[in-house]
Each structure stands twice: as structure tokens, then as C-alpha cells.
Ligand binder design. Structure first.
Ligand code: GLU
Length: 441
């Protein structure tokens, strides 16, 4: 059974980059009939906030990606402690006593010699007596995971293909601070084992973490999940942009972007499939495939998102938008108006055009023509297609055709030069208002 997880830290709002990661995990779980877990990485008590937990849930709900299960790392301290103790017993986690200043100095020296700044494992070389002395001086250790240098770390990444790391070139990662708090690395691996995560899908900034975590899985005697590391997101200009970090659901809502558009775009950028205005989840789920992801950064273009959203608005069924429409606006009105919208809230402007009052420009030299139209509007049949009835009668009577026939009518009836199809709009405006708008003022 596929189990994926989206693991944000509730230290801020979700941004477009982690929304994309959430989406990939959700799509893969849905495609494989599996489960999608929301894991809140809230071990950092000082920076994690409940309001961000709530915002993450609300953002996922808005995007239609409700998790099947929610797990909080802050509830799982006992599990981390148990696994940690076992790893200490097995000699895979060891205490280290260097201060940050000492570690910084070691780094500097190595870098100064042109060497990679890999931790020298001095703590592993301590004798029992030295360790006892440090403990006696009340120096509290932090804890490192001892990498096995025996063999290269390898895996076949679902996006990046064959991956290989030499553990000897990597520092033994710190997994626990001197105050007992957890760093990200080990709790994440423990959760992945215990929640039986089958696929870890995340950004390529985690590739090196995966190498380390693969050794943690092995040290816990657990089979690792499959990994898929997606290329990072860049702005439209092709650069890693600061703005992306601040673009989230609040912004999308504010500028009238539909959640389906966010999904449709983020599901396809960085893949070989085109971005299409797909409102339903099913086609996105069906086409989702790690094999279609490229290695080049995925470009996020806000203008493309807005276009995709507009094209989705044109498809939205009345039932899904009716709570957001002005009172009185019915299904026929929505059908008539939606092709002219880029955002749903613009429907109110067109409803105002239907209901009036409108501000029509002076009739000018079309005054006579419009007066004639007003007279005909009284006699035509309003049941069938009044626009056709009105314009054919006027055409026959005046010889006008094309723009000189249609534009003065549109202006008088709507106050605008452009807008929804008059054939659909005129029945909404209705007989009485139409006659009034056409009549000489
Ligand atoms: N909290 C981590 C992050 O947001 C999770 C990484 C992971 O998916 O393991 O980067």
C-alpha cells in the first residue's frame, strides 16, 4: 500500500514550493489508491505555532487535498527516545562534547587547507576517562549518528535516477541537541519507518539528507521507502526568487485564483506534460508519473497561473460557485456570464449590468435607430430568442448589419462595448429593462 507524507514545519504559512510538494504526495497517493499523511514537523517548540498548524490544514482543504491522517512529531517524543536509546546501545549514535565555537574553528581550519569541512569524529576517540571528566564538568553532549563508511550509499531515485554518495565525505549528522531537543533528521526517518511511508516525495534540496537517512533506516533494521526528489521551483524569470517564498494560498485567494488552477499548474510544471486548465482532480491524478519529471528547475509563472485560472472559471458549474455569486444570479446567468470572467468575483459586475442601473453612453447619431429598437422591443416575441428577433427585425427595417447594427444596441443595453453574448444576456436583462434602456432619454 502506498503511503506518502507531506511534512511541513508549522513555523510559517505554506508557500507555492511546499504546496507543490504536498500536491505531488497527494497525487501519488490518490493514483495508487494509497494514503496521504500530513506530518507536522513541530519538534521546534519555540518556532512552531498553532495558528500555522491551522493555516496548513485550511490551505490543504482549500486546495482539495485533505489528508487521510495527521501526525504530529511533538506527540511522538517517546518513540524517538526509544529508537534513539537503541541506536546509542548499538553504537550508531554517540555523544559529542564540542562547543559550537570549537566546531566552527575546526571547519575554518579544514576549509583553510582546502579540505572539505567534514567532522573529524574527535568525540569517538575520547577515552572513558575523558568522557567522565567532561560529564563531571557538567558538559552536556549533543548526539551524532555514526555513518558507516563501509560502502557507498546508493539508491535509484524515481526522478533523478541512480544516486551515489560516499559516506566518508559526509559529517556524522547531529541528531539531538545538548538540551535533549531533536533535529529534523532522525525523527523524520523514525516516522517514515513507523508510519510505514512507502514513498518520500520532496524537493531536491533534501537529496543529501536522503543519503544520511538511508543509513538511519539500515541502522534501525528497516527497509527504506522509495525516494523521489523533484527539481526546485524558480520564478518565471528562471531564477530562484524570494517572492516564491511569500506566495501562498492567501495571496492566490486575494487575486481571485481558483484552487483547481493552483493544482493544475503545479501538477504539470517541471514535467513533460503541458499545463492545461484541468478543473477536475481525476485527469491530473491519471497523468501523474515520476517518469515524466525532468531534472531542470520547474518554472512558476504567476501570469500562467492567472490564465489557467480564468480558463477554469469558464468551466465551473453553477453549483460549485453559487455561494460566491450575487443574490439572485441563477444558473442561466452564470452560463451566460462565465465566458467573460477571469475571476469569479467579476460576476458581480456583470450581474450589475443585468440588474441595472447602468450608465449608458449618449446615443448620439444612433438615437433614431435606438428609438426604433425600443418600439420593436415592445412587439417581438420574448419567449424564444429575443436578441435574434430584435436584430433581424431591425436589420430588415433599417438595412443595418454587422457592427452598426449590433454595437449601438449593446451599448444602450449594457453600457459597454464588450461583454457576454447578447443572445444569452438579453433574456436576463428582460423585456421591461430592455425597453427602458433603448427608449429615448
Ligand atoms: N520538515 C521538513 C521540511 O519541510 C520535511 C522534509 C521531508 O520531507 O522529510 O523540509
Amino acid at each position: 500500500m502506498t503511503v506518502t507524507r507531506f511534512a511541513p514545519s508549522p513555523t510559517g504559512r505554506l508557500h507555492v514550493g511546499n504546496i507543490r510538494t504536498a500536491l505531488h504526495n497527494w497525487l501519488w497517493a490518490r493514483k495508487t489508491g494509497g494514503r496521504f499523511v500530513l506530518r507536522l514537523d513541530d519538534t521546534d517548540a519555540a518556532r512552531s505555532e498553532e495558528r500555522f498548524v491551522e493555516a496548513i490544514r485550511a490551505d490543504l482543504a482549500w486546495l482539495g487535498m485533505t489528508p487521510d491522517e495527521e501526525v504530529r512529531q511533538s506527540d511522538r517524543g517517546d518513540r524517538y527516545q526509544a529508537r534513539f536509546a537503541a541506536l546509542v546501545d548499538a553504537g550508531r549514535v554517540y555523544p559529542a562534547y564540542e562547543t559550537q565555537a570549537e566546531l566552527d574553528l575546526k571547519r575554518k581550519v579544514l576549509l583553510g587547507r582546502g579540505l572539505p569541512p567534514v567532522y573529524d569524529r574527535a568525540a569517538l576517540a575520547l577515552t572513558d576517562a575523558e568522557r567522565a571528566r567532561l560529564e563531571g564538568e557538567d558538559v552536556r553532549p549533543h548526539w551524532r549518528f555514526r555513518l558507516d563508511h563501509g560502502a557507498a550509499i546508493e539508491w535509484n531515485d524515481l526522478v533523478r535516477g541512480a544516486q551515489r554518495f560516499d559516506p566518508a565525505t559526509m559529517s556524522d549528522p547531529v541528531v539531538r541537541r545538548a538540551d535533549g531537543s531533536w533535529l529534523y533528521m532522525l525523527p523524520s526517518a523514525i516516522d517514515d519507518v513507523e508510519i510505514a511511508i512507502s514513498h518520500v516525495v520532496r524537493g531536491e534540496d533534501h537529496v543529501a539528507n536522503t543519503a544520511l537517512q538511508l543509513q538511519m533506516f539500515a541502522a534501525m533494521g528497516a527497509a527504506p521507502p522509495a525516494f523521489a526528489h523533484t527539481a526546485l521551483l524558480t520564478g518565471a524569470e528562471g531564477k530562484l526568487s524570494k517572492r516564491l517564498g511569500s506566495l501562498g494560498v492567501d495571496h492566490f485567494r486575494e487575486v481571485g485564483i481558483e484552487p483547481q488552477a493552483v493544482r493544475a499548474l503545479l501538477a504539470r510544471i517541471g514535467t513533460s506534460d503541458p499545463v492545461e486548465p484541468i478543473a477536475e482532480a481525476e485527469p491530473l491524478i491519471a497523468s501523474f508519473d515520476f517518469a515524466r519529471f525532468g531534472r531542470a528547475p520547474a518554472r512558476f509563472d504567476e501570469a500562467e497561473l492567472a490564465q489557467t485560472s480564468a480558463r477554469i472559471v469558464h468551466q465551473l458549474p453553477f453549483a460549485s460557485v453559487s455561494p460566491r455569486l450575487p443574490a439572485g444570479m441563477d444558473e442561466a446567468a452564470w452560463q451566460a456570464i462565465r465566458p467573460n470572467l477571469t475571476r469569479v468575483d467579476e460576476a458581480a459586475d456583470w450581474w450589475q449590468v443585468v440588474e441595472g442601473p447602468i450608465d449608458a453612453p449618449p446615443a448620439g447619431e444612433d438615437a433614431g435607430f435606438l428609438a426604433q429598437a425600443a418600439t420593436m422591443a415592445v412587439t417581438i416575441d420574448w419567449q424564444g430568442d429575443p436578441w435574434h428577433a430584435l436584430t433581424s427585425a431591425l436589420k430588415a427595417a433599417t438595412g443595418r448589419a454587422g457592427k452598426p447594427l449590433f454595437l449601438p444596441l449593446r451599448r444602450a443595453l449594457t453600457g459597454r462595448d464588450h461583454g457576454p453574448d447578447m443572445k444569452a444576456l438579453l433574456p436576463l436583462i428582460g423585456r421591461d429593462r430592455a425597453i427602458e434602456r433603448l427608449a429615448p432619454r
